[in-house]
Design a protein around this ligand. Structure first.
Ligand SMILES: Cc1cc2nc3c(=O)[nH]c(=O)nc-3n(C[C@H](O)[C@H](O)[C@H](O)COP(=O)(O)OP(=O)(O)OC[C@H]3O[C@@H](n4cnc5c(N)ncnc54)[C@H](O)[C@@H]3O)c2cc1C
Ligand SMILES: NC(=O)C1=CN([C@@H]2O[C@H](COP(=O)(O)OP(=O)(O)OC[C@H]3O[C@@H](n4cnc5c(N)ncnc54)[C@H](OP(=O)(O)O)[C@@H]3O)[C@@H](O)[C@H]2O)C=CC1
Ligand SMILES: O=C(O)C(=O)Cc1c[nH]c2ccccc12
Length: 385
């Protein structure tokens, strides 16, 4: 049997949920397919305990619902999850769980997307069809771990940042965090608080890790000013504040790029590091900075500066990859990395009724705007048929 609807949404993270909510408000039939056994699985199962939103709450709202007024500016993971619970209930969003989308093909004959789904609860294949397909599987669908010589033979524990909850089991252990994006920097801070002897790999200036380090307040002020002042001026102000607060961090391998943080976020999607106290720990030598890994032998890690050190655990905070190309080969909307071919703001629409929500590297703010754009477009098309 084939399940027919108007819009099929793949993924029930913030992107899928908000798209379904916007469609429900317009009474457009839709089905949300989610591979996990709950919605917002990244937030529920694949993010660390101490996670708080890095952006002020007004930049993290999903369409048509504000956060409760009693919440602090920077919301905790649990409060965000409670907000999502209220959101799905209020907008009557009902994802079908344990539905892993395996393929999606457009059929010119009937003008519909045909989607093959594995119901992982009972191992039965299901088929769905719809005029519109919204890809909402996210930029963080799968953890990325680089290939390193000897990694398979590492004698200690290996995990990706998405599997890290807290540092309870790492007390008194030697732990190496690889990667110093927002996940790596915060996990290193957490590990150190839990009493782990913590080191973090910052790519050496040779392969140059150019990164802005800001506080969440600097980002908050910057986001506010961007509404009124050109990006280059906001960037200069924020960079000046960062210099005054942190000084020169290049001795720790963290080199400030010439281009500003908001400009770089817009052009490359790369977020600045929003410091939660890790920089202070680095300066106090409570978190040690090490260069890139050359190879691994047993429990020993050899670094590119020739030094060697023993570790009990490796935590890869080396980012994520999109998994869209595993099940979708549309050739138009997405490139070979499963990311939109077109840059924001025209990234969200493909051909033949395919869309994506949540692929603009613009966080929850970008998701909200994508969802509204996509649903407006679908609604306009439906009104003209
Ligand atoms: C640790 C972390 C913290 C973040 N914090 C912030 C923040 O504070 N502020 C901010 O603005 N942004 C933040 N982001 C960025 C972004 O907003 C979040 O990643 C957000 O959850 C993205 O929502 P999404 O719905 O696009 O993707 P996801 O939340 O990843 O949801 C995608 C869903 O699709 C499902 N799926 C994937 N493949 C399939 C398939 N084949 N079939 C069926 N279902 C599938 C997944 O199981 C998942 O539930 C953070 C990201 C991370 C990793
Ligand atoms: N509270 C919050 O709001 C949080 C938000 N986030 C967001 O989630 C998204 C994902 O963040 P994150 O998980 O940190 O991933 P990122 O992709 O942002 O960072 C990965 C880091 O790993 C480095 N890296 C990759 N490969 C290697 C390697 N072989 N050796 C050494 N370093 C390597 C990258 O360096 P390079 O750039 O040189 O490739 C980069 O610094 C981001 O948008 C982030 O802002 C994450 C955590 C908390
Ligand atoms: O946390 C993230 O990864 C985000 O993408 C959120 C975000 C959107 N715009 C920004 C500008 C500066 C820092 C973070 C973000």
């Amino acid at each position: 049997m084939k399940h027919e609807t108007t819009v099929l949404i793949v993924g029930a993270g913030p992107a899928g949920i908000s798209t379904s909510a916007c469609l429900n408000l317009k009474n457009i039939p839709n089905i949300v397919l989610e591979r996990d056994d709950s919605f917002a699985s990244l937030w529920k199962k694949r993010s660390y305990d101490r996670l708080k939103l890095h952006l002020a709450s007004q930049f993290c709202e999903l369409p048509y619902m504000s956060f409760p007024p009693n919440l602090p500016t920077f919301i905790s993971k649990n409060d965000f999850l409670e907000y999502l619970e209220t959101y799905v209930f209020h907008f009557n969003v009902n994802p079908l769980h344990q539905r892993d989308v395996e393929s999606a093909i457009f059929d010119n004959a009937d003008g519909k997307w045909h989607v093959k789904v594995m119901n992982v609860e009972n191992n039965v294949v299901e088929y769905y069809a719809a005029k519109f397909l919204v890809v909402a599987t996210g930029e963080n669908s799968e953890g990325f771990v680089p290939k390193i010589e000897g990694l398979d033979g590492f004698g200690g524990k290996i995990m990706h940042s998405s599997e890290y909850a807290n540092g309870k089991s790492f007390e008194e252990k030697d732990v190496l965090v690889v990667g110093c994006g927002n996940s790596g920097m915060e996990i290193a801070y957490d590990l150190s608080n839990w009493g782990a002897r913590t080191s973090i790999v910052v790519r050496s200036p040779v392969s140059s890790l150019l990164v802005h380090v800001l506080t969440k307040e600097m980002v908050q002020v910057g986001m506010f000013l961007l509404k009124y002042i050109p990006c280059n001026i906001v960037d200069q102000m924020v960079m000046m504040l960062s210099k005054l607060t942190y000084g020169d961090l290049s001795v720790f391998g963290l080199k400030r790029p010439n281009k500003g943080p908001f400009y770089l976020k817009k052009i490359t999607g790369k977020s600045p590091v929003i410091d939660v106290g890790t920089v202070d720990k680095i300066k106090q030598k409570q978190v040690k900075v090490l260069p890139s890994i050359k190879k691994i032998k047993g429990n020993y890690i050899k670094f590119i500066d020739g030094k060697r050190k023993r570790f009990d655990a490796l935590i890869f905070a080396t980012g994520y990859k999109s998994t869209v190309t595993k099940w979708l080969k549309d050739g138009v909307l997405f490139n070979e990395n499963g990311m939109p071919k077109k840059r924001s703001p025209s990234h969200w629409k493909g051909e033949k009724g395919i869309y994506c929500v949540g692929f603009a590297s613009a966080g929850l703010f970008g998701i909200s705007s994508d969802a509204k754009n996509v649903v407006e477009d679908i609604s306009r098309i439906l009104m003209h048929v």
